[in-house]
Unconditional design. Sequence first.
Length: 153
Amino acid sequence: MKLTNLFGKVLLVCALLACKAGFAQVSATGQATALQNGPNGKAIMAYYTAFIKKDWNMIQQVLADGFTFSSPIDDHISLKTFQDKCWPNCYKMKKCDITDVVVGGDDAFVITNSWTNDGKMFRNSDYFKFKDGKITSYECFFGPGINYPNSGK
């Protein structure tokens, strides 16, 4: 991924979080309800639910044709590669809590705390792009030492 693209996305996230600060009086329950009411929010909820339920059919329902996945170690990989490389991590995950969400049109930034089957917590910052209520791209930001399921820590 080009550094300029990453810089642009970091700026977008900062702007979205700054906007969110103005709405800090909204309760977590209000956020969850609002998230579930819109098509993009429903796709986000279904995405994480599919991972916890280990339900590939559920996740396929919210991924658009041409879906790509990116992370610090993957650069816009295809759905097939995502299924082969990333999906097996769901079998190591026990729980996922969405702690923060900022949805702006067809973009969303989500922070999650998740737990592995052996009780290790890891945190991801996720950036979603949507079209017609389906996820067109998902970028997962994690770093070393965060107990990501494949990190072996």
